[in-house]
Design a protein around this ligand. Sequence first.
Ligand SMILES: *[C@@H]1O[C@H](CO)[C@@H](O)[C@H](O)[C@H]1NC(C)=O
Ligand SMILES: *[C@@H]1O[C@H](CO)[C@@H](O)[C@H](O)[C@H]1NC(C)=O
Ligand SMILES: *[C@@H]1O[C@H](CO)[C@@H](O)[C@H](O)[C@H]1NC(C)=O
Length: 388
Amino acid sequence: MSELLVLVLFIATLGLPGSICVSAAFLPIQDRGIRGCGESLDHALAAARRLHSYYGKDRGMYSENNYQWTDSNALEDVQNLMLLSGSDAYSETSETSYLARAAFDPGMDWNGWLGKYNDDTQWHVLSLWKMSDYRRKRGGDPRPYLAAAERMYDIISSHWDDECGGGLWWTTEHTYKNAITNEQFLLLSAAGYLRNHNQTYLDNAKNVWQWLRHSGMRNHQGLFNDGLNFTSCHNNGQTTWTYNQGLVASGLGALSAATGDKALLDEAEITLDATIAHLTTNGILRETCDKDTNEGKNCDGDQQIFKGLWTKHLMYYLEFANEPHRAQKYSQFLGAQSAAIHRHATNITSGDIGSVWYTPTQAGSIFSYKTVTSGLAAHIAAAKYGAC
Ligand SMILES: *[C@@H]1O[C@H](CO)[C@@H](O)[C@H](O)[C@H]1NC(C)=O
Ligand SMILES: *[C@@H]1O[C@H](CO)[C@@H](O)[C@H](O)[C@H]1NC(C)=O
Ligand SMILES: *[C@@H]1O[C@H](CO)[C@@H](O)[C@H](O)[C@H]1NC(C)=O
């Protein structure tokens, strides 16, 4: 696609009439004075085409081994791209996906369908919301997706108790309380309230943030470690994954939008800024398992997608915050991630995007639909808020 066409397309999407009258949170917000990067939109469209080549129509999934949580994130990214660009290229894909099929099944036994992981369930909710936004925007009925999301929310909510002062359990087996599950619950509760105005959601959002902030999981650097030691209820000192630093920001952004409390945005930026200060090399995000050689252990099937999640949730944070000076603050960084992914991590022949973004040396890079998804999310965030 020519750059001019991309530019025209990009400007056209910013002015889509549909996006003004839809009040639901989480739709692209028209931030005044914010320009995204047109080249990043071009890269995102290319990444989405490559991602689609992994899609198995029969199974309704990108993964071959039923890896549902990353599949749901891939679906969510594709909705974000269609919402931002005005393209309908993947509407059928979404509507026939494993997640849509489940949502359309009136007799669905959700407890059976969902696995034991409460974090996985919450990724499905985020994806269902975006699928509902896209469907509504195209004149369809969003309710099947929203109803499924509501059922899932009720299921995970039941795994909150008072051990270690509160918090949701990571799994239905109740053996671990960790950051990601509770950060997601903050986001789902606050963003859910913005959608449905159900007071229970807002109460949950306030409770989980009170718990998180006193849990000790945020360390002296401002980064969230993985979780709690269950004997002591203290920070277990495990890895500060990038996605943990992004999810808390989108959750706090949503809670700020719900309550009007701007101090929550400053709380979010403590952790966002700590990510940039501590989890980068050459100004580019680097997961602790990312490296430039293939010696030793590289990122596993979950970890390959974390950096993209950080960028996606920074984008959501900026949507909720909806303040130009905050978007301005992160625009260079978002643009730099997109440019590095294009220059360092993309195989021009295949269109694949690898897992290692911070260096041109790709020996330690992994190429999979997950790493393509991760790159796609970063390109979309830069298309919306990045500087070229
Ligand atoms: C509000 O949300 C709670 C928790 O999901 C649910 O039990 C309740 O039925 C909802 N209330 C309304 C009016 O929908
Ligand atoms: C958890 O905390 C207990 C009690 O303070 C300590 O003895 C134990 O070594 C800790 N476990 C880990 C894995 O850090
Ligand atoms: C890029 O993709 C092509 C086509 O799949 C493949 O043959 C080639 O080995 C890849 N290059 C690198 C550097 O991985």
